[in-house]
Design a binder for this molecule. Structure first.
Ligand code: TYD
Length: 134
């Protein structure tokens, strides 16, 4: 599998005339235990988020509203994933460089993370990242 196992994951969808419902359960729909949840919103047009890798943290990213692109890079290959529905998301394993861009107006990115926030888990330097995955 490319990009260390990064992949789009379809979530269960309960269709209902009152409105639809989707769900994520740890170790069932996603391959990790959820230690943290954060969301990115009010992104001004043209802004880019991310631009780093994590040494340990794994994430699952869902576009709860609107759309955006996630660009993943494992040091050898680079791939763009477009997120624009709330019933699927992108699993990002550890050790992958990632960037988020092309946010639509009022887009809302939900991120489920496998670790607590830890600044020492970040790799901000792309050259160091390339060294680390050699
Ligand atoms: P960062 O992870 O760099 O955001 P992105 O990858 O989306 O560009 O985080 C931006 C800021 O938010 C940074 O100052 C740290 C803070 N932050 C927390 O305090 N807790 C968190 O769980 C996250 C993800 C970020």
């Amino acid at each position: 599998m490319t990009l260390n196992g990064a992949k789009m994951i379809d979530l269960p969808k309960t269709l209902d005339r009152r409105g639809n419902l989707s769900v994520v359960e740890e170790h069932k729909n996603i391959p990790f235990k959820i230690k943290r949840t954060y969301w990115i919103y009010d992104v001004p047009g043209g802004e880019v988020r991310g631009g780093h890798a994590y040494k340990e943290n794994q994430e699952f990213i869902v576009a709860l509203s609107g759309s955006f692109d996630v660009i993943l890079d494992d040091g050898k290959e680079r791939k763009t994933f477009s997120l624009n529905r709330s019933y699927y998301g992108l699993y990002v394993p550890k050790g992958i460089w990632r960037q988020m861009q092309n946010f639509s107006t009022n887009s809302l990115a939900l991120v489920l993370a496998s670790t607590k926030f830890d600044t020492s888990d970040y790799i901000y330097d792309y050259v160091l990242f390339k060294e680390s995955v050699k």
